[in-house]
Design a protein around this ligand. Sequence first.
Ligand code: ADP
Length: 207
Amino acid sequence: MRFILMGPPGAGKGTQAEFLVDQFQIPQLSTGDMLRAAVAEGNELGILAKQTMERGDLVPDELVLGIIAERIQMPDCANGFILDGFPRTIGQAHALDNMLKKLGITLDVAINLDVPTDVLFDRIEARARAAGTARADDNAATLKNRIEVYTEQTLPILDHYQANGLLETVDGTATPASVTATLMVILEERTKPEAAATSQPHASLQF
Ligand code: ADP
């Protein structure tokens, strides 16, 4: 099972991803987490990304593409993965298409968790209060910018996944449990082995 979990900051991607990782035993590839780890480690990537992240802007595509290309080929991704926070630009979406093509793998679905902006502000401010200084970019000042960046640079990729038939939009204002239930239905539908189901459904009944 290979899919993208999309949605603006505060849409609930992290909460849902945590459940789905457990459910399907596949890793969550969060570019945000990977970049934060690089910043914490103070390595070259972290040094390059730190200030951009603190402003709530996107780090350059090539940096993110490098870490994803490496991560996606690790053995634990062999049975699938959840992409969280990637792709975030049209350039990243096209690069991902090429990367997957070269690896001979396809995505099952791109799920968009849809949440209106006013709800996002409330949620992230609450998260920032709860987390204290856990995340340098979880504050009202950068939040506004992160939502703007999402609207300008990431929303357009929904059209890309709509056009190739992979997009599913889910109401992210429902309760977490209800969002989870909807995601499970979508994932089951999208990963049904249709060819097998239609070509040999009665074979066993004849014996
Ligand atoms: P959010 O809660 O805003 O969705 P993330 O944890 O996914 O946050 O990302 C935090 C920050 O990391 C982003 O604001 C951006 O600076 C950087 N980042 C994460 N993923 C990407 C990406 N795919 N492309 C560019 N920058 C990214």
